[in-house]
Design a protein. Structure first.
Length: 289
């Protein structure tokens, strides 16, 4: 049996081991400790979409975590990177990231960096890209959306929606789309009878998260997310976007979803954040783009 990697910090050893669903209570406790809103159900979701390792201390407490999500043989994303505050100055994050990078191999990589982790990721060879703006809050009555043809997603729309997402994201992400089909509610935008954009909303954290949102313009994105906001009056909603200031973010603020935090999109390999059409106006998550 292969021994798990270990690291000695001060006078005790840390052990890195693979994540399993049985570890969710400890992982949830770790994320709560750094202020994340993930529920146990949200941890279960990401474990179904990728692979991870977490670090335990001498009494079995989870003190760090990281995951990677392989989309294809050429692309993966990294997320759910947490280091307990008491260990951040001892190089635990770099040690943990080294193991994740080994697992990802030579794939292109995408991740979202907090201010605290930005310098570490730069030192590991990742290149900064657009800023991610996290908007969230308790939904108020939305202003009128642009008068475009938007309707609920139907089962027969699946192939077109998957094709749009693969184009916007640059590769298919079948696990993500399967997950959305199982737990999300969708809207689609029609143009000349064809699906030209879509948006999903699903349970997450304190309420619901809207994303991914794929469209050609900010006005189309607004039309796609408006039904989801109207469906959750007074509920807690979140949307993460790489859009700079403009109509979409103004609309989110007007709906009670104010700017709360910012992160930096980072990548290794092929640049995948260009303004293609259609493009991603709302992320599925910061871990999975």
């Amino acid at each position: 049996m292969q021994a798990h990697p270990t690291k000695t910090v001060e006078t005790f050893a840390l052990v890195a081991q693979p994540m399993t669903r049985a570890d969710i209570p400890r992982l949830h406790h770790l994320s709560v400790g750094v202020g994340w809103t993930h529920r146990p159900e949200d941890w279960e979701a990401v474990l179904s979409l990728g692979e991870g390792i977490f670090v335990v201390d001498e009494i079995g407490r989870a003190v760090a975590s990281a995951m990677w999500f392989p989309f294809t043989e050429g692309l993966a994303s990294i997320g759910m990177v947490i280091t307990a505050p008491r260990l951040q100055e001892y190089g635990t994050g770099r040690w943990l990231m080294g193991q994740i990078l080994d697992r990802a191999g030579e794939r292109d990589l995408m991740l979202s960096a907090t201010n605290a982790a930005y310098r570490l990721y730069c030192s590991l060879g990742l290149t900064p890209g657009p800023t991610i703006h996290l908007h969230s809050g308790f939904a108020t009555t939305p202003p009128d959306a642009p008068p475009l043809e938007v309707r609920p997603l139907r089962p027969e729309d699946e192939a077109e929606v998957r094709a749009l997402d693969a184009h916007a994201f640059t590769v298919p992400r079948d696990r993500v789309m399967d997950h959305l089909r199982a737990i999300g509610q969708g809207t689609v935008l029609l143009r000349q009878g064809r699906i030209a954009g879509f948006a999903f909303c699903r349970p997450f954290g304190r309420g619901h998260v809207i994303g991914p949102v794929v469209a050609d313009t900010q006005q189309e994105a607004i039309a796609l997310i408006a039904p989801h906001i109207r469906a959750h009056p007074g509920g807690f909603l979140r949307l993460d976007t790489r859009e700079t200031e403009g109509p979409l973010r103004d609309y989110l603020t007007a709906c009670g979803m104010k700017l709360q935090e910012m992160a930096t999109s980072m990548s290794r390999g092929t640049e995948r954040f260009s303004q293609r059409h259609p493009r991603i106006f709302g992320l599925f998550s910061q871990a999975l783009g």
